[in-house]
Design a protein around this ligand. Structure first.
Ligand code: SF4
Length: 1004
């Protein structure tokens, strides 16, 4: 939706969501208000198209620039070089590169220091796609949006490409000369003037190197800082156990889960695995095994959208509620403040449910909640007997867990006092991303030699004497621990495009080993470790690199006992007065690291569906009180600092609180990321980096265009009004109703008589296969990973912010978000919508040139080079899943742009319609292999890109002619339904309706 969205919402409409003829499920507030904007998106496939083209032609140059940043890369020669060291393909022989046949290498993607196992696909030495490693415990074959998009970061032409010394391009040798001179001056003070700053380190090798360096220079200091801080979790662990431990959730074992402002499905170490574990207990076909999820949250999250019962409260109120629950479960801690009767009833019902499932329940909290809440959660789990069952504790997965806010503050103090002679910043951007009050940039001016190493010449590099390009994770050797401590090996697929150095090489240079390569450093580290057991080292190394991780290296659970937390916690502090500001990592650009990644910038954020911008998120009531509407610019004043931000009204956001996402407002991110959004770090203080009270919000009178995709491609039909809206596109029931009437989901809409078919024998499907897909709405949490995986697999272009404003985003699978209920506290549902591959496809009938045709296996194929761009097909598609390439979004003129793309998929040109094809290229690969071996394609042999990436395993694809296939089994489920089947389209993609598992006490 564009910048005028939700302006015309009346109080009546706002209050009557789901009542008085309004739709039960609503996509957006615009739909509720039936605004002109919504009508425009509903009635026109391509709103404003003609007018916009005439008034605001987008230049070819602009798109070249945009696409260059999306998937441009370095010189062709560099891209096809493989690393000189021996890397080991995941598959067994043939090891030789066979043109057209990709190889897969096991590796790890490291995000905020924590690894997830991946398989990287390589075509002729070019990495083209990232998948999860099915053997890796953190992945089990799935990924997240960051791992999927990491390939684009590697090919980003805006990555730094040269060693810079005092503003000029120079050589690494020149850097080493100055470094050695500076280091020689440190001998006398034993390195007292040396400071190294990294993000969170879990790499055993890097830790070993840093320890070695600190032994050589005992006066030196190593600091760690990640903007998305886990300090509260560390301090909470200290409060409860007296030491920093890592907690590992066993969600699959929990019958009842309470999340206290946590977002375990999309945030923090283990989120991919936790999504899978949670979904494993949300099988609507196995209702007796379903878990129940209670969530209290301060900002709407994906985890909250899966809740059976949801309370939205300000972040500062959570501790009081946690204390109430603790008291109700016999944990000795001072009680929280008084709450209203409904909340008391809610808390009491949750406590009863937890008690009734003692030992098989789980309480979790979010990293941004204060240490007291973490400690309370540990104590509650302990009191319920969950410790050792649904939650275990291990030594910290971090190499050296420290309070990072204290660490960075100490560094700034040392720099301010002029005590630092050499500062080496590795893979972090403190000038941009540290708390505003620290003024890192000013303190850094006192440092004699400032060195920055990173993928980008960013805000910190700009203020350093030296900048060293770093190697991307797909370009260099390393290792790191996963959420459970499993040690993963990072294996490069390609030699560094820009001769970047790894963190290992940069630290080795500090230690006098400048010529040492990361391959040797990592290998040598493991040669000194005991993990090889009785194996010869070479055998151990081969197996480890082949598998991508050291088998059995997960950290062992530790026996713990919770101390006297009542004494440790003291009296509850209560929420701070005034409007609350909540600082959160952005769902797509995170802390700003991904700001120049076009795929992530254009990926609609899971709940707001905003692209290319952040916003001041607030609830409808607060917006109404302030008299602001979407896109109105407000001044946010917090602890004597101010920033201007556009408003976005987020249904379900607690009142009197504003959430701001970090990661935007960059001044040196690259062509795409610079000057997008506003900089929330500029008002983020070190004293309350997560949330705090006292925010002043003032309307400025300005507006700023931000674009949400929520109402694009709406499936309502012109002229049908509410009847069109209430066609049960999304279907939800509760468990008791479902048990009483297993067909309740299918009965929500009248199914057409299958005999009413104008073309009953049109498609014979006389081959062995007819493909179909089922998407389980019980499991989908709206994480968007499928969308990015599809984009990466199918060479889908980004179009830029302006074109998103014109509803021209190209994603082949969109995730529709629906609300139900009150504007201030609605339930949220997600529905992935790819092409339905209709058996009676309305698109096929209207194409004048036969560019969209039905295959013998049931696919609705696109023949791109026949398409003449009439767009009749798209207008006739009731699901609105076809995407028209209005401009030449992909660059055909720069040869290097080809290298990052999937060679098995066409790169579409201007004037061509494109859409999901069930990854027909993957079907073809399986068909060829099965023919060669004279066999049928096995069930599960073909995984579509979306299916493979999905952390929740919500998508199932397979042969509907095989009665025993998983997809056939799901299609036979009483939960199975198709969208808009009354149109007799016979969609091959169907859904499993969502079953809620509410607590009868609270439903009463
Ligand atoms: S279907 Fe897509 S959005 Fe839903 S959980 Fe899977 S990857 Fe995420």
């Amino acid at each position: 939706m564009n910048n005028t969205s939700e302006r015309q919402i009346t109080e009546k409409e706002a209050m009557n969501a789901g009542k008085n003829g309004a739709p039960e499920y609503w996509r957006s507030m615009d739909q509720l208000a039936d605004t002109e904007e919504f009508q425009s998106f509903m009635e026109k496939e391509f709103p404003q198209h003609v007018e916009e083209v005439k008034a605001n032609p987008v230049s070819r140059r602009k798109f070249l620039k945009l696409m260059g940043a999306s998937i441009a890369l370095a010189g062709a020669a560099a891209c096809t070089r493989q690393p000189s060291e021996k890397i080991i393909p995941y598959v067994l022989p043939p090891e030789e590169v066979v043109p057209g046949k990709p190889l897969y290498y096991a590796s790890a993607y490291v995000h905020d220091g924590v690894a997830n196992g991946i398989l990287a696909e390589s075509h002729m030495g070019r990495p083209t796609k990232v998948e999860g490693n099915p053997e890796h415990p953190a992945s089990l074959g799935s990924t997240d949006v960051f791992a999927q998009a990491s390939i684009l970061t590697m090919y980003d032409p805006d990555r730094s490409q040269s060693v810079m010394g005092r503003g000029r391009i120079t050589t690494y040798d020149a850097y080493l000369n100055e470094l050695n001179e500076t280091l020689s001056n440190q001998i006398e003070t034993q390195g007292g003037g040396i400071r190294i700053l990294t993000g969170t380190v879990t790499s055993p090798t890097l830790h070993g190197q840093l320890e070695g360096l600190l032994a050589r220079y005992p006066g030196a200091r190593w600091h760690q800082y990640d903007p998305v801080t886990l300090d509260n979790a560390r301090e909470g662990s200290r409060l409860a156990f007296g030491e920093v431990l890592s907690r590992r959730l066993h969600i699959e074992k929990a019958d009842v889960i309470l999340s206290l402002d946590g977002d375990f499905m999309s945030h923090g170490p283990g989120a991919v695995r936790y999504s899978r574990d949670f979904a494993s207990r949300r099988d609507g076909n196995d209702p007796d095994n379903m878990n129940r999820l209670y969530v209290i949250e301060s900002t709407p999250t994906l985890t909250g959208s899966q809740a059976d019962h949801l309370l939205n409260r300000r972040a500062g109120e959570i501790e009081g509620l946690a204390r109430m629950i603790a008291a109700g479960l016999g944990v000795s801690a001072s009680a929280g403040t008084e709450v209203d009767g409904d909340t008391t009833r809610w808390i009491s019902a949750v406590a009863d449910d937890l008690r009734a499932h003692a030992g098989a329940c789980l309480v979790v909290t979010g990293e941004h909640q204060p240490p007291a809440v973490h400690a309370l959660v540990h104590a509650i789990n302990d009191a319920l007997g969950n410790t050792g069952n649904t939650v275990t504790y291990t030594e910290s997965i971090e190499a050296s867990p420290v309070n990072q806010t204290e660490s960075i503050t100490t560094l700034v103090d040392d720099m301010s006092r002029g005590e630092v002679d050499l500062l080496v910043v590795i893979e972090t951007n403190p000038v941009y991303a540290t708390p505003a009050d620290l003024d890192f940039a000013a303190a850094m001016e006192n440092v004699g030699m400032r060195v920055h190493a990173g993928l980008y010449h960013d805000e910190t590099a700009d203020l350093c004497h030296w900048h060293l390009p770093m190697a991307h994770g797909l370009e260099a050797w390393s290792d790191a621990r996963s959420y459970d401590g499993t040690i993963s090996v990072v294996q490069p697929l390609i030699a560094p495009l820009y001769r970047g150095k790894s963190a290992h090489e940069i630290v080795a240079a500090l230690d006098g080993n400048a010529m040492k390569k990361s391959y040797d450093i990592v290998r040598e580290h493991w040669q000194t470790q005991a993990y090889n057991g009785s194996q010869a080292f070479e055998t151990f190394w081969q197996i480890t690199v082949h598998d991508g991780f050291i088998a059995g290296s997960a950290l062992a659970p530790k026996a713990v006992s919770v101390g006297d937390i009542a004494a440790a916690l003291g009296e509850p502090s209560g929420p701070e007065n005034g409007t609350e500001v909540i600082f959160k990592a952005d769902p797509t650009v995170w802390d700003g690291f991904y700001a120049n990644n076009g795929w992530l910038q254009e990926l609609p954020k899971p709940l707001t569906k905003l692209t290319w911008d952040n916003a001041a998120l607030m609830g409808p009531s607060m917006a109404k009180r302030l008299g602001v509407e979407n896109t109105d610019v407000v001044e946010l004043a917090y602890r004597e600092r101010t920033v201007n931000a556009p408003v976005w009204i987020l249904p379900g956001h607690p009142d009197d609180a504003v959430t701001v996402h970090l990661g935007y407002g960059r001044s040196r991110a690259g062509q795409l990321g610079t000057n997008t959004g506003f900089d929330a770090y500029s008002i983020r203080p070190s004293s309350s980096p997560n949330f705090g009270g006292g925010l002043q919000v003032t309307r400025t009178g300005d507006t700023f265009d931000i674009y949400s995709t929520q109402d694009h491609h709406a499936m309502e039909l012109e002229g049908l009004g509410s009847m069109s809206r209430d066609r049960n596109l999304i279907r939800v029931s509760d468990i008791e109703t479902f048990k009483d009437d297993p067909h309740v989901i299918q009965e929500m809409w009248e199914e057409p008589d299958p005999k009413r078919d104008l073309y009953p024998d049109d498609h014979a499907y006389d081959g062995p296969n007819a493909w179909g897909m089922v998407i389980d709405l019980n499991k989908c949490n709206g994480c968007n990973t499928c969308t990015i995986a599809c984009q990466s697999e199918n060479n889908i272009s980004v179009v830029g912010k302006e074109e998103v404003g014109n509803a021209r985003e190209m994603h082949w699978i969109r995730i529709d978000r629906y609300y139900r209920g009150d504007l201030d506290a609605p339930e949220t549902f997600h529905q992935p919508v790819p092409c339905m591959q209709c058996e009676n496809a309305p698109c096929e009938l209207v194409c004048p040139v036969g560019a969209t045709v039905h295959s013998k296996e049931g696919l609705n194929d696109m023949v791109y080079n026949r398409c003449v761009g009439t767009r009749y097909c798209s207008n006739n598609c009731p699901y609105k899943v076809r995407r028209f390439n209005f401009y030449l979004y992909a660059d055909f003129e720069t040869p290097s742009l080809q290298l990052g793309r999937n060679p098995d998929v066409t790169v579409r040109s201007r004037g061509v319609m494109e859409k999901c094809t069930y990854c027909v290229q993957r079907i073809n690969v399986a068909r060829i292999e099965s023919k060669k071996e004279d066999r049928d394609i096995a069930d599960g042999e073909i995984l579509t890109a979306c299916q493979q990436a999905c952390p929740s395993q919500a998508i199932t694809f397979g042969n509907t002619k095989d009665e025993n296939s998983e997809v056939s089994r799901l299609k036979a489920s009483p939960l199975n339904y198709g969208m808009l089947t009354d149109l007799l389209t016979k969609p091959r993609t169907t859904y499993l309706g969502r079953i809620r598992n509410p607590n009868p006490v609270l439903e009463a």
